[in-house]
Design a protein around this ligand. Structure first.
Ligand code: FOL
Length: 204
């Protein structure tokens, strides 16, 4: 079965990722990293896919939805409710939006001859389900560690567990280089009262 990369930005040490259905911050450079990493391919004839839960789809501003240049797969338990609610968006973007009721069926839906990398992009329910139930489907975690002095309210957390080990910065650098993104991003970033750094975790 196709493997996936999980990409997430989380506030350490509690791994908070969201509040009231939205990201707890607006970090332009971090969002650029998300967009570039999930869009860029080594093979120009292929696209990447982003798999997300229904609430994450709804959290993305309409003007950015579906995420462009990527095949979007939305997971929902109620396929017909989603299809009727978003029929226009889905019709307009035909091939770029797919709906599935589980990660496994999402992966079966994708034509992997034309897809380079599949990213799981959240939210908390999907991340935690995948990490608990099918960690073997996950090749790597692309985890942005976010730090701040601010008192932030959070109501969504990821449970990384003990199965994952942070790799040396070299591993992150070679992953970026494999996409032609070397030197585009620095490890140590500061924006709007937040500090953030990019990491790759692999299974122990
Ligand atoms: N992973 C990381 N590292 N950072 C994130 O912010 C993140 N966010 C999600 C999943 N994984 C993440 C889910 N939330 C957009 C909005 C919310 C969102 C994911 C994507 C979005 O609008 N993206 C546009 C870029 C918008 C812009 O340039 O401001 C895109 O094209 O990717």
């Amino acid at each position: 079965m196709t493997k996936v990369s999980l990409i997430v930005a989380a506030l350490v040490p509690k791994y908070g990722i969201g509040y009231k259905g939205q990201l707890p911050w607006a970090l332009k450079e971090e969002m650029r990293y998300f967009r570039r990493i999930t869009t860029q391919t080594a093979d120009k004839n292929k696209k990447n896919a982003v798999v997300m839960g229904r609430k994450t789809w709804e959290s993305i501003p309409e003007r950015f939805r579906p995420l462009k240049g990527r095949v979007n797969v939305v997971l929902t338990r109620d396929l017909s409710a989603f299809s009727s609610k978003y029929s226009e968006e889905v019709a307009k973007h035909g091939n770029n939006v797919k709906v599935a009721d589980s990660l496994k069926s999402a992966l079966q839906t994708l034509d992997m001859d034309t897809i380079e990398e599949v990213f799981v992009i959240g939210g908390a329910e999907l991340y935690n389900d995948v990490l608990r139930a099918t960690p073997e489907l996950v090749d790597r975690l692309l985890l942005t560690e976010v730090r701040t002095e601010k008192e932030l309210e959070m109501d969504a957390f990821i449970d990384v567990g003990t199965l994952w080990k942070k790799q040396d910065p070299q591993v992150w650098k070679s992953y970026l280089a494999s996409k032609g993104l070397e030197n585009e991003f620095s490890q140590d970033n500061h924006e709007a009262g937040f500090q953030f750094s990019y990491h790759i975790y692999s299974r122990c």
